[in-house]
Design a protein around this ligand. Structure first.
Ligand SMILES: *Cc1c(COP(=O)(O)O)cnc(C)c1O
Length: 352
């Protein structure tokens, strides 16, 4: 989290907008919270350059909750949805989707597991299902460190739904190609257990089945993300994160910064003569999550232990991929990547 946002939050816990009452204590039906919500929605629209025909929703629950709500809202009984499988998160979405609507078919037009998830489908590598209700994909694969540089191509007229949890606003979003983009808040927007959902109005207006209000995106839209008591602190925090990202130059600037940070690390991997081995094919590498291994698990472990002692934390790979993962999220400064790069160089000198 960026320090200016944390400092503002500390102040707002005690006194929000000069009211003498903190964010945790304000009612969600009072004018002060109306302003918090309006500012969050407005700054999200500016930061994401979100067109007017898209609703901006804050929905309690993480990305995994959306993996159930999306099929409940969009996938009719007997229908088909396309889910290219590019990693653990897309695989989880497939399982959740099947459990949410057992009467429908979740088709998997690309099975990344066969390739140990080392790439995302190239153009022409998968055959999308004509007439699918939608295609769901994960734009940045957090665990194995791959990314779609351009969105996958669904069958003609099939809406594209994107899990962008690990890269939201780390680059501009092409709204002409997406009907819905969602992201769990904990990686780039602050507080866990809430999701940002940006959805085209015509996609969510008529859920394919009758749903309890909390499960219906349209209910969230018509009731301004406050059907019941909303996660006000998380929404306020997301609003501050949006404004911080705007003040830093917006999605294009974060794309530039993230590419610069990632280049430092990939340069070392590529120039290491096989000492460091990237898990993903170069043409679909993620600039946000960089996954690699050394020649043995023992050496991976030594790398992580020594890095931790050097105050470089959180480098152990996800349990599904193993190895090492450097996550260079938007708020990570260039100095963080430089420190890792110089540690990697030293480690190679001592152990290569
Ligand atoms: C972190 C992450 C999630 C997390 O989901 P939660 O249910 O909020 O824990 C989902 N998808 C992707 C791509 C992620 O990176």
């Amino acid at each position: 989290m960026p320090l200016p946002v944390l400092m503002q939050l500390r102040e707002d816990l005690l006194d929000l907008k000069g009211t003498g009452i903190g964010i945790l204590e304000h009612s969600h039906r009072q004018p002060t919270y109306d302003r918090v919500l309006a500012e969050a929605v407005e700054s999200c629209r500016v930061l994401g350059e979100v067109p007017d025909d898209f609703e901006i929703l804050f929905v309690s629950g993480g990305a995994t909750n959306q993996m159930a709500l999306i099929p409940l809202n969009l996938l009719p009984d007997g229908g088909v949805a396309d889910y290219p499988d590019t990693e653990v998160w897309s695989a989880k979405a497939i399982v959740e989707g099947r459990d949410a609507v057992p009467s429908a078919t979740i088709a998997v037009p690309f099975e990344g597991k066969k390739f140990r998830y080392d790439h995302v489908p190239a153009v022409g590598e998968m055959t999308p299902t004509a007439g699918a209700a939608y295609m769901h994909y994960c734009s940045n694969n957090t665990v194995h460190g791959t990314r779609f540089h351009t969105p996958p191509i669904a069958a003609a007229g099939v809406p594209l739904v994107c899990d962008a949890s690990s890269e939201i606003f780390g680059r501009p979003i092409d709204w002409s190609k997406h009907a819905m983009v969602y992201a769990a808040a904990q990686k780039h927007l602050g507080v866990a257990a809430m999701s940002l959902v940006i959805a085209r109005r015509d996609l969510i207006r008529n859920p394919v089945r009758r749903l309890p209000s909390m499960f219906s995106y349209w209910s969230h839209a018509t009731l301004e993300s406050r059907i019941n008591t909303p996660p006000t602190f998380a929404i306020h925090t997301a609003g501050l994160m949006f404004r911080w990202m705007i003040s830093e130059g917006g999605a294009r600037e974060f794309e530039r910064r993230n590419d610069a940070k990632a280049a430092l690390i990939y340069e070392i991997i590529d120039g290491s003569g096989g000492f460091y081995r990237g898990l993903s094919r170069p043409e679909c590498r993620s600039p946000i999550n960089i996954s690699f291994r050394l020649q043995s698990e023992a050496l991976d472990k030594r790398f992580i232990d020594e890095a931790t002692r050097a105050e470089l934390d959180g480098l152990a790979g996800h349990r599904d991929a193993g190895g090492i993962r450097a996550s260079l999220y938007n708020a990570m400064p260039l100095e963080g990547a430089q420190a890792l790069a110089s540690f990697m160089r030293d480690f190679m000198r001592k152990n290569g």
